[in-house]
Design a protein around this ligand. Sequence first.
Ligand code: ATP
Ligand code: MG
Ligand code: MG
Ligand code: MG
Length: 460
Amino acid sequence: ARPSHRIASLLYEIDPGSQVVASGWVRTRRDSKNGFSFIELNDGSCMSNLQIVIDASVPGYEEHIKEAGTGASLEVRGELKESPGSKQRVELHASEFTLLGKADGDTYPLQKKRHSFEYLREIAHLRPRTNTFGAIARVRNCVCRTIHDFFQERGFLYVHTPIITTSDCEGAGEMFTVTTLDQTPSSAGDYSEDFFGKKASLTVSGQLEAEIYACSVGPVYTFSPTFRAENSNTTRHLSEFWMIEPEVPFFELDDNMQLAEEFIKTLVQKCLDECAEDMAFFNQRIDKEIMTTLRNILDNEFRRISYTEAVDLLLASGKKWEYPVSWGTNLQAEHERWLTEEHFGQPLIVYDYPRTIKPFYMYCNEDEKTVRAMDVLVPRVGEIIGGSQREHRLDVLEKRLVECGLDAEEYWWYLDLRRFGSVPHSGFGLGLERAILLLTGMQNIRDVIPFPRTPKNAEF
Ligand code: ATP
Ligand code: MG
Ligand code: MG
Ligand code: MG
């Protein structure tokens, strides 16, 4: 392995006077007439570039410097020196330089100007080399680490739920089914439309399986890819996304709300603490209000209102909605955003939804009209978390399955959990990409996942 330093430690940690090695990709190069050049080098470890000063006395300079255009990769050895300019603490004075991979700066698809996100989606193989996408990758990483820390510190077990399943947890019919490639020579290349003779699909949620573990080993969480055949092109839906689903036994809806609020606040706080440079960039270049929104999330308790109150507010608002509101209809993004952004100006937990618009597994309230569901809504994004207290009463659950037109026999194992040692339990699902939208101020969910899968894109 090459003993190369990350640029983040060269810029912020290592003392001037040290002999160091840096490697990365050229962001810009300026050649002076007097036989030396300045290179801005980036390696993705932080937003800032390291300035390299290199002159004609360095071996290879004359032959190769012109090939080190924007996009080229280099390894540079030399002395870290205090920088005379005020922009940066240090710069690297090269004594050796190796051009690892040349690039023609003129035809490199990333030019110095700002490119549109649409254009960058077409070059998903190069977009992580931009400031914005480097920052998103680092923030996403920080969020993932924080998610594990958050649950691990609270004694939750991380369980792996299956990707291939036979249960449609959400009942929304948004599943991708699994097919098997026929291996017999005569029909090689044909697909049979099942999983070795049985119907199976890609998971839309790990909840039902997580419940099995929660009702055996205590609090658990999943963190898994999730697939939904959403044949719509919104800026908040992907065909493949990541979901985090805690499930907790002996937990009621209020406990669930409390956990969800702590969870989101922790994600926000950690990003502000650990990704300060990237977060400042988002605030400056992507959304000037993002810091205010995030501080506001930290400083206030989430509001809690029932679905019925939410509908009353929407009806009283006097707004013309694209989707009309009445008690019993699903809240749409426009309603969710109005409630959290305009009406309350802060995150909101809406609970007790009509049972007719929610899946079979949610706990039925005494009013016989609502279930103990909760959605967490945040400014800019709308729904970020959906959760509920689960129906743990066997007789009620059996009735609900019938009411939802489901085959109780297919859920025999789920019913067994209610037959033997049933306990109240609750959980929720956070969409990772929705969380990243909130944290970065980015507008389109395609831009906060490295490789977005949507009806129009599965290429790379
Ligand atoms: P929406 O109403 O926005 O379609 P949902 O109610 O269908 O979401 P849930 O089944 O409650 O979603 O899933 C839990 C969480 O997973 C959601 O709150 C959201 O954060 C995220 N999520 C759901 N569908 C998608 C998707 N297609 N792409 C990205 N994230 C999603
Ligand atoms: Mg949906
Ligand atoms: Mg929803
Ligand atoms: Mg939901």
